[in-house]
Design a protein around this ligand. Structure first.
Ligand SMILES: [Zn+2]
Length: 442
């Protein structure tokens, strides 16, 4: 599914430094959070060459590698590259390079793209990254997401699944309620082609049907999958969590995007949302749209009554329930992955760290959150041989932090540098990515 060619001479957008990293470099005296278990390895040397982690050893040892570059990791913390598992490319202006700069500056080294709109070609993007023609995170993509209108007959299913297979998408994404016979046929044909199916839940069917997919996107889906009574019934929920756990499915909560939606319904919160610091990385046009009353949530939900209840308290209640349910899933060790949905004020890269904080607020430990952003996604994507933990032989996709994220997950924001396929992107480089994105607005 993925190949990485490292020893090529490269052309990179807007960057002067050579990208293919062949020289050996080390991070000296660093504290490693390897994420394969909840431990911290102090005072280590990590040797990186040809894009791989060659050696992890106590820093007191003499190194047998000639080092072209040494990075002082004293008092710093090294974590695996982060996974944004629910990404969308929403804005054409600035190209996908704009989003990649935001993602890399935030330590995101793997992305799962969740849709293909008609002006996009994510297979070409994935190929360019794999060939090192485009600097970007490891890239996985679904095709255009499928809705009931796309899948009316058996013939539609045959044609669309064959198309997705031939194009080479990594996943099939369902984003709608489908008739039962259609849904089951999609799962069956996708399995014949060996393409995983994931997406939103099937709200009209029992839970078990949705659990046949590889992952469920948005914990919000469980709000609608369960009835009002069921959401308040602790025995029902306990059994549902058990069933979810047994199925082996992976859940991507995307709490941050629901928080944004709720905030759009309240004038005070909305005013703050518009002023949030990272809004400076939104395109002018995009910000103008989301900050206005054309914002679809202001338009369609603000001040509305849904099922006899005002939308704002209703959604606030949903959000509390979603956090509680996320906690229940975590307590039962249901595999989870971090994703943010990236639209509106949910700005790519930054939004993943906001999601971490919502997960922490819901009751996940910092370690559980790091696992959901590294180890679990690597297992899910089939890249566990080379990604997801800090161990010898793995790809050198790593993030160096100034503060310990195991103490508070907000410390994942203290990024000193990122190793992308072994290439060191220091704070200056990351800041220049951010400046380039900001400058698109002036
Ligand atoms: Zn999505």
């Amino acid at each position: 599914m993925k190949t990485t060619i490292i020893n090529l001479t490269l052309i990179i957008f807007g960057l002067t430094a050579g990208f293919a990293q062949t020289d050996t470099l080390s991070i000296e005296n660093v504290n490693i959070i390897p994420v394969y278990e909840n431990i911290l390895l102090r005072n280590q040397r990590v040797v990186v060459g040809n894009g791989k982690i060659l050696r992890i050893e106590d820093v007191s040892k003499a190194s047998e590698y000639p080092m072209a570059k040494q990075i002082d990791g004293s008092g710093k913390y090294l974590i695996p590259g982060l996974h944004e598992m629910h990404y969308h490319w929403r804005n054409k202006e600035g190209g996908i390079e704009r989003d990649f700069k935001l993602l890399l500056a935030n330590g995101v080294t793997t992305v799962r793209n969740m849709a293909e709109y008609d002006w996009q070609d994510h297979i070409a993007i994935r190929d360019s990254i794999d060939k090192n023609q485009l600097m970007g995170p490891n890239y996985y993509t679904s095709g255009p997401y499928l809705q009931s209108g796309d899948l009316k007959t058996s013939a539609d299913i045959e044609r669309i699944i064959a198309q997705h297979y031939n194009k080479g998408y990594d996943f099939i994404k369902i984003a709608d309620n489908l008739p039962k016979d259609i849904y089951l046929k999609v799962l069956e044909r996708a399995a014949d082609y060996n393409i995983p199916v994931m997406g939103h839940a099937q709200r009209e069917m029992d839970l078990e049907y949705s659990l046949r997919m590889k992952s469920i996107e948005h914990v919000e889906e469980f709000v609608y999958l369960f009835g009002d009574e069921q959401r308040r019934d602790s025995l029902f929920l306990k059994n549902a969590v058990e069933q979810i756990k047994n199925s082996g499915i992976v859940i991507v909560p995307t709490l941050v995007v629901f928080d944004m939606i709720v905030k759009c319904l309240d004038d005070n919160s909305f005013a703050k949302l518009k002023e949030k610091e990272v809004a400076t990385y939104m395109l002018n046009g995009d910000h103008g749209y989301w900050a206005s009353d054309d914002n679809p949530y202001r338009q369609n939900l603000k001040g509305k009554v849904i099922n006899g209840m005002d939308a704002l308290p209703l959604l606030e209640g949903y959000f509390e329930w979603m956090k509680n349910f996320t906690k229940m899933l975590a307590k039962k060790d249901v595999p989870m992955m971090t994703g943010s949905d990236t639209f509106g004020f949910v700005v790519p890269g930054f939004s993943l760290h906001e999601e971490f904080q919502f997960l922490q607020e819901a009751g996940l430990s910092p370690y559980e959150i790091l696992k959901a952003s590294a180890l679990t996604p690597a297992r899910y994507l089939g890249s566990i041989a080379t990604e997801g933990t800090i161990t010898e032989g793995k790809n050198a996709n790593l993030v160096l932090l100034n503060k310990n994220p195991l103490e508070d997950i907000k410390n994942t924001k203290t990024i000193e540098g990122v190793l992308l396929k072994g290439e060191w992107l220091g704070r200056d480089q990351l800041d220049s990515f951010l400046k380039e994105v900001e400058s698109l607005n002036h």
